[in-house]
Design a protein around this ligand. Structure first.
Ligand SMILES: *Cc1c(COP(=O)(O)O)cnc(C)c1O
Length: 508
């Protein structure tokens, strides 16, 4: 069983515990943590799992990656139960079957029923509880001044910030500071973040761009003195616990679509490759998935890589209708590259794979790209396919599905989900095989991306954003008091002094 973790870049065999991998986030050699071995399950276990609730399934999966000496079974069960009690759906991630009205075998996996209406909640609700659990255990019986604390500092251009805040609000010994560019995130996203009243949460509205915010956060991480004083942590998308928590819905959705066996393709709107990577682990564990389809917007580094073998950062990020996927490079892709290197070039040798990955990333840093052998792409294509979707295709997909859906009528996709559904329809045409079930992942509620949805649907006379899209819970946010700290210069010293000051007020 695999309950220890190694780095994707290490040339040493040394490993970390689950707790170390989660709290540390990134390995000291710059690599990402992966399990020393992927646990596998047989068809008998699949049969048994196919009848479990989401929570019980999450427990069975996580148990294979976390030693019960680190987290006893009863504690893990309790953590899972608490993490998913905040979801509005009993299924946690329900599958909307045959929702487009056009293809009986196209299903939409709704991942947006958590507190912030986006898929990141599935992981971050769990990660928040996990952080608190590890801290409480370390701090047991310690006097106040010796308690270990974590100060989470992050920059957001939208979804990640609110999901992190809702994951960590009210958690003991944890402070959260989220920076965002003033006036450059959507009103709903700002309301979601700034109306959280918990004392341990502070949003910082920074006069500047998202890049300014991100640079400040990077500088804070690099500031040794500040770091030691506040124990600065991140909950960014490379954290192993996020990938682990996301595996559950691949199994659960598969079982809901076809039971214990059947042909399934997953289509995943992708940016940093965290979501679809969880599907890769599910497949390698033994879930019989035909293919995982990467759906990208115009920021298409992943699609280009699979078609050309060249992993190349473009000069500029394109601002698309699906902003949560606007990335230059995909941070989690390094994990897949490690498996591709091991299985294709390194004869299964772990240490050799780490060396190859290190070389690729040295090249990427120096030249902005690296090229892999065609054999590596052949290996990748055994598990993956890819589709690139333009802005205009995104809009027309929202329109089409609204017009054709019958049960429920007028189903409304958010633009990220629309990228996935557009890619799914292309796949259905290409494959021309009605025995395949397509599960298209829906990563956000449409209310979060009002402009894109309104642009697509305003020509329908009966359509109304207020009536058809906006949930009462989100509508209410605009009436709540906002807690915002304005930072009128994008300046690291200024941000550090504000964090110092606010930490005092929080009593941390
Ligand atoms: C983060 C996010 C994505 C992309 O997920 P990755 O794990 O980065 O590939 C897609 N859609 C929405 C709405 C998101 O918030």
């Amino acid at each position: 069983m695999s309950t220890s973790y190694r780095s994707t870049r290490s040339s040493e065999q040394s490993t970390k515990t689950f707790e170390e991998a989660v709290i540390q986030g990134l390995a000291t050699d710059g690599g990402l943590f992966i399990p020393s071995e992927i646990p596998t399950i047989d068809q008998k276990i699949i049969e048994r799992w196919s009848k479990l609730s989401f929570q019980d399934l999450a427990f069975e999966i996580m148990k294979l990656y976390i030693s019960d000496k680190e987290i006893p079974d009863s504690d893990l069960k309790e953590l899972i139960k608490r993490s998913y009690s905040t979801f509005r759906s009993e299924d946690v991630t329900p599958l909307a079957k045959n929702v487009t009205g056009e293809h009986e075998n196209l299903h939409v996996l709704e991942l947006f029923h958590g507190p912030t209406y986006a898929f990141k909640d599935v992981a971050l609700q769990f990660v928040g509880n996990l952080f608190e659990y590890f801290l409480q255990r370390a701090n047991k019986d310690l006097p106040q001044e010796q308690r270990k604390k974590i100060t989470v500092v992050g920059a957001t251009s939208g979804d990640t910030g609110s999901a992190a805040i809702y994951g960590l609000r009210g958690k003991k010994d944890v402070a959260v500071f989220i920076l965002y560019p003033t006036g450059r995130i959507s009103p709903i996203q700002e309301e979601q973040m700034t109306t959280v009243g918990d004392k341990n949460v502070q949003t910082l509205s920074v006069k500047g761009t998202f890049d300014n915010c991100q640079d400040i956060v990077k500088a804070i991480f690099g500031d040794k003195e500040f770091n030691e004083r506040h124990n600065v942590g991140a909950v960014n998308s490379i954290n192993w616990a996020r990938i682990l928590a996301q595996m559950t819905y691949y199994f659960y959705a598969y079982f809901q679509a076809v039971g214990a066996s059947g042909k399934v393709k997953f289509v995943v709107p992708s940016g940093n490759f965290g979501d679809i990577l969880a599907g890769y682990y599910a497949k390698k564990m033994g879930l019989s998935v035909e293919k995982l389809v990467i759906a990208t917007n115009e920021n298409d580094i992943l699609d280009r890589f699979l078609k050309s073998g060249v992993y190349e950062r473009s000069d500029d990020v394109a601002a698309t209708l699906s902003p949560a996927m606007d990335i230059l490079i995909s941070s989690n892709f390094e994990r897949l590259l490690w498996y591709l290197a091991r299985d294709t070039l390194a004869n299964g040798n772990d240490l050799e794979a780490g060396k190859i990955v290190r070389e690729w990333f040295t090249e990427l840093k120096a030249d902005g790209k690296f090229v892999v052998d065609s054999a590596v792409i052949q290996t990748a294509l055994k598990d993956f396919e890819s589709e690139r979707v333009s802005n205009s295709e995104t809009t027309s997909t929202i329109k089409e599905v609204y017009a054709t859906s019958k049960s429920p009528k007028n189903y409304i996709l958010d633009p990220h989900t629309a990228v996935g559904v557009c890619a799914t329809k292309r796949q259905i045409l290409k494959d021309n095989d009605s025995s395949i079930n397509y599960i298209s992942l829906s990563t956000a509620h449409p209310a979060k991306f009002a402009d894109a949805v309104n642009e697509a649907l305003s020509s329908f006379p009966e359509y109304s954003f207020e009536k058809d899209v906006l949930p009462a819970e989100l509508k209410k946010l605009s009436t709540l008091e906002k807690k915002i700290k304005l930072v009128d210069r994008a300046d690291i010293e200024l941000v550090k002094s504000i964090i110092d000051e606010e930490m005092q007020k929080m009593g941390l």
